[in-house]
Design a protein around this ligand. Structure first.
Ligand code: IMP
Length: 191
């Protein structure tokens, strides 16, 4: 951990994301501080558009520089569903519903995408993206992480994301990739 530490507000109501952000940003000397709620969430085709819009609205509403992260699971044989609607799909279908949808499908290829948007009250959002590719397991494995972690097996891994420690998950995850891009930019660019 670098000697100096800076904080950045993270507008999220998801404790899992907050904990992961702490792990991912710590090597950059950045300490995320929770700002509850994302502001406004829109419907859009990409997580980048959702994160960008939310960060712009929240930074102006709270009059603070902040980050918003939006993520989703994109399943190839379902045409990218649930994608930006993953939160709704998780609440309504749950994991078992997703597994039912995939029964008999030849391909179980999928990816998670994350977009981290940083915005100040007087600027336009800057967006950092990350993706992890893999497949949807036939059954749930593990109890760590959150959301669809128990059924997502990243390429090259023998463990589902829910069987990994949070550090292991963050090393390969969509959120880890996007947040590390933000971290490198933030420490070199923002005053
Ligand atoms: P949102 O970014 O809060 O809109 O998250 C959308 C949904 O995608 C969450 O409710 C989870 O179901 C799923 N999701 C996002 N990131 C992850 C992750 O890291 N692991 C597992 N599921 C995730």
């Amino acid at each position: 951990m670098p000697a100096s530490s800076r904080s950045v507000r993270f507008a999220t109501g998801n404790n899992g994301k907050m904990e992961e952000a702490r792990i991912i940003l710590s090597p950059f000397g950045i300490r995320p501080v929770a700002l509850n709620g994302k502001g406004v969430e829109i419907q859009a085709d990409t997580v980048s558009e959702v994160a960008s819009y939310s960060a712009r609205v929240a930074s102006r509403k709270y009059k603070k520089a902040l980050i918003v992260e939006d993520a989703g699971l994109f399943v190839e044989s379902l045409g990218g569903f649930p994608g930006p609607f993953s939160s709704y799909a998780f609440k309504t279908l749950e994991i078992d519903g997703l597994l039912k949808l995939l029964k008999g499908e030849g391909s179980r290829r999928a990816h998670f995408a994350s977009a981290v948007a940083y915005c100040t009250p007087s600027s336009e959002p800057k967006v950092f993206e990350g993706v992890v590719r893999g497949r949807i397991l036939e059954a749930q494995a593990g109890s760590g992480g959150f959301g669809f972690d128990p059924v997502f097996l990243p390429d090259g891994s023998a463990k589902s994301m829910a069987q990994m420690t949070l550090e292991e998950k963050c090393a390969v995850s969509h959120r880890g990739r996007a947040m590390r891009k933000f971290g490198s930019w933030f420490v070199t660019t923002e005053p």
